[in-house]
Write a new protein. Structure first.
Length: 236
């Protein structure tokens, strides 16, 4: 599961080791590569310690990180934030000056928090050039949708995009987007009309159950509410 969700940003050069084939890797190779994901791996390590789950790549932890809910939802946000910052702050540059204890107000041990709270992009909104940071936020978060049709390499998916109005981030009504289904990491994953899917950086990365969609939607809604509180407080 880690490889499927991490494959797209890795292939695009955004995170993880360069020129590494996550799709064709064995368990040991995936773990070695995962440790080079400076975003996801610290979360999995902290979640592993705090839940007394020996393997950071335990499916329950990985699913909790990418989708929200699950084991991670039981953790205390302040304790989690403290341990996470102890891990990532020493590597942070000047773009990451916001990494302090105040993050606990919006913290959650999942990818959605990393996108909206830890990455600097939400803090670049409202400065007159919103299109690029908004696009990064929308592509980097894990989206969900319903497959309408497929061909050999793409799928038409009904899904929601992220919008920015004044000081508020929200999800738009669903529209149809054409996304890639032909990545090496998902070569064993077939999708058909009616399937619920996860999308990361314009590529289908998983087929979801209704329960998983509910978890992903809930974690996204919670994170948007927390992020919007901060953005409104920062608005002059």
């Amino acid at each position: 599961m880690f490889a499927r969700y991490a494959h797209a940003p890795n292939q695009l050069g955004y995170c993880g080791p360069p020129t590494f084939d996550l799709a064709g890797a064995c368990r040991g190779q995936i773990e070695k590569a995962a440790k080079q994901f400076t975003g996801a791996w610290p979360y999995l390590e902290v979640m592993s310690r705090m839940t007394a789950t020996p393997d950071p790549l335990d499916l329950r932890l990985v699913e909790s990180y990418w989708l929200g809910g699950g084991l991670g939802a039981e953790l205390d946000p302040r304790a989690f934030t403290s341990q996470l910052l102890d891990t990532i702050s020493p590597q942070a540059g000047h773009y990451w000056a916001h990494l302090d204890a105040e993050l606990a107000a919006e913290a959650a041990p999942n990818h959605c928090f990393h996108v909206f709270g830890v990455y600097p992009w939400s803090r670049l909104l409202g400065r007159g050039a919103d299109e690029y940071p908004l696009a990064v936020l929308d592509n980097c978060r894990i989206s969900w949708g319903t497959v309408l049709s497929t061909d050999r390499v793409t799928a038409a998916v009904s899904m929601q995009s992220l919008s920015w109005h004044g000081s508020t981030l929200s999800l738009c009504p669903p529209v149809t987007r054409r996304v890639d289904t032909s990545t090496d990491a998902t070569r064993d994953l077939t999708v058909a009309a009616g399937d619920l899917v996860a999308v990361h950086w314009g590529r289908v990365c998983d087929r979801l159950t209704p329960r998983q969609v509910a978890r992903l939607k809930d974690s996204t809604d919670q994170q948007l509410r927390a992020t919007n509180r901060r953005l409104r407080a920062q608005t002059p």
